[in-house]
Design a protein around this ligand. Structure first.
Ligand SMILES: [Zn+2]
Length: 157
């Protein structure tokens, strides 16, 4: 199961040492935080985050200090299942550099409509609340990285 959750203010992560839940504020995601209980250093999650509501989606994409790669997927979609482990890899590599979020278009139909998702999987990259690029179709981890690369440099969008 995914242990990372979102609220209006940040990403809730579990301290790897003591299990305490801590909130990393969206605007602080590029740096590190400390566990409120044991002081262990915490970084932005290196795993995909499930985004279930418009509110969480907007908070994440507009406030995140890091670019957010969003995977629009559905449980019945075969290629989406192939993409899932690739996204896990990309999320792990991107810890502290970018975030990976997943939107289940079956349950979050508002978001699917709003972004006119008519084929899945669709991957889109958001910076400062704006979609800067998207691609339809399954990609392996190296291709996803290549897709992200041009947009990760500062100042370019
Ligand atoms: Zn701790």
């Amino acid at each position: 199961m995914n242990s990372t959750q979102l609220d209006d203010h940040g990403v809730l992560v579990t301290c790897p040492k003591c299990g305490q839940r801590n909130r990393l504020k969206y605007d602080k995601l590029a740096g590190t935080g400390r566990c409120g209980k044991c002081g262990t250093e915490l970084t932005a999650p290196g795993e995909p985050i499930d985004v279930a509501s418009d509110l969480a989606f907007d908070a994440l994409t507009t406030r995140s200090a890091l670019p957010v790669l969003v995977d629009f997927w559905a449980p019945w979609c075969g290629p989406c299942k192939m993409v899932a482990p690739e996204l896990n890899k990309v999320a792990r590599e991107g810890a502290g550099k970018w975030l990976v979020a997943k939107v289940n278009t079956e349950s979050a139909q508002n978001l699917a409509r709003r972004f006119r998702i008519n084929a899945i999987p669709t991957m889109a990259l958001f910076k400062n609340g704006l979609e800067v690029t998207r691609q339809v179709g399954a990609m392996a981890a190296p291709a996803i990285r290549k897709f992200l690369e041009p947009y990760l440099k500062n100042g370019k969008s």
